[in-house]
Design a protein around this ligand. Structure first.
Ligand SMILES: Cc1ncc(COP(=O)(O)O)c(C=O)c1O
Length: 396
């Protein structure tokens, strides 16, 4: 019997996946370093500082227990879920049922991606902030959804213009993504804005997913709110949070989705078919982090603030337009019309050894901007900014 000829090739849906920008950048930087260039990386949003020592101790103690090495319950251990419920109660005054309104995640990235698979039907509209975190778009596309961008523009303080969303689009919308404090713009949203969003979601019956991993990084006394603080929010909202940025635990891969019980449960059911949860010592140490004294975060935020000021100051000196961010770990800056962000970032990397991200990577409205990440040791930030000032606006 002869089998029909066929070739090995990935699924058609893979075609929607763009090449991962940072993968290409990593390769380029490796080549430049091998050639002897001292590169300072301020491109990726990865915190450089460690978690508090008592959190690492809790991990070690839990790992020493003979019985802590097996599979864990789907969606996280009860103590992990309860710790997030405690945190939301203390921090935001939001009451959550840890068994039905909370599900543990392997970092919020997988939850963000998987929510689209659990929630979006082919043809449904998914509203996505532009610029924004890539998995909102990719998850929606993988689920067969139609992505409609909501431009985040400086004149609207980097909030989506809700009045620009037409009834035709809104009536086909299944899911809206929001992210405040925002990556990449560093913008923040008020409770009044959140209340407007919820009104719209109620009127058009769609789910609002608020990706909120930066609520614990803020400056000058500002305290970012949770979307779930709006009365009745749980009827139409799910919020994502994570240990990664809040507690300097990016590599630990642990997060949470909470709020609307149906959305949380759909995500949990999907995940129980995809993954088998997180290692218990990671959950135990996270529970300790969430329920212990949060005082150490003030010093961590003061470090980010110092870096923010160094960056904002330097970028303004060379002629970029910058709003001082009140939260998160990014400075978003607009170049003069005469310089393209791609040319500038490439020239700055190759000529001065400073790596920042061109805004276009985050969506069409990022054109003309750069994003500078603050997750780099302060002395290196100082050195990088001295190089930026010396380099000026050369783009090749
Ligand atoms: C807006 C946003 N959401 C989610 C994530 C992912 O965080 P996690 O480490 O919890 O997967 C990031 C990380 O950069 C982010 O910027």
């Amino acid at each position: 019997m002869t089998l029909p000829a066929k070739t090995l090739h990935p699924a058609d849906r893979m075609a929607v996946l763009p090449p991962y920008f940072f993968h290409g950048l990593n390769q380029k930087i490796a080549r430049l370093k091998a050639a002897g260039l001292d590169v300072i990386r301020m491109d990726m949003g990865s915190p450089d500082l460690p978690p508090a020592a008592f959190i690492v101790e809790a991990l070690k103690t839990s790992a020493d227990a003979y019985t802590h090495h097996g599979y864990m319950p789907f969606g996280g251990t009860p103590n992990y879920r309860e710790a997030w419920a405690h945190f939301y109660g203390q921090r935001f005054g939001v009451e959550l049922d840890p068994t039905t309104e909370l599900v543990g995640l392997i970092g919020s990235k997988e939850g963000v991606f998987n929510l689209a698979l659990a929630y979006v039907n082919p043809g449904d509209v998914v509203l996505v902030p532009d610029p924004g975190y890539a998995p909102y778009t990719v998850g929606a596309q993988m689920a067969g959804g139609e992505v409609v961008y909501m431009p985040l523009l400086v004149e609207n303080h980097f909030l989506p213009d809700l009045r620009a969303l037409t009834p035709e689009v809104l009536s086909r919308t299944k899911l809206m993504w929001l992210n405040y404090p925002n990556n990449p713009t560093g913008a923040v949203a008020s409770l009044e804005f959140f209340a407007e969003v919820i009104k719209l979601a109620r009127a058009y019956h769609f789910l609002v997913a608020h990706d909120a991993p930066y609520t614990e990084i803020a400056f000058d006394g500002y305290r970012p709110p949770s979307l779930l603080q709006i009365p009745g929010a749980k009827e139409v909202c799910v919020e994502f949070n994570s240990m990664s940025k809040a507690y300097n635990m990016g590599g630990w891969r642990v997060g949470v989705a909470c709020g609307n019980a149906e959305a949380v449960q759909a995500l949990g059911t999907l995940k129980s078919n995809v993954d088998s949860g997180t290692f218990r010592p990671i959950l135990d140490a996270s529970a300790v982090a969430l329920t212990s004294d949060q005082g150490w975060l003030a010093e961590r935020n003061a470090t980010y603030r110092k870096r923010r000021d160094l960056v904002v100051d330097a970028l303004r000196q060379v002629g970029l337009e910058v709003e001082t961010p009140a939260a998160a770990i990014y400075v978003w800056a607009r170049l003069p019309e005469s310089v393209t962000a791609t040319d500038y970032t490439e020239a700055l990397l190759e000529g001065a050894g400073v790596s920042v991200t061109p805004g276009r990577v985050f969506g069409p409205s990022g054109k003309g901007y750069i994003r500078v990440s603050l997750g780099t040791p302060t002395d290196r930030v100082r050195e990088a900014m001295a190089r930026v000032i010396k380099w000026g606006l050369k783009a090749g």
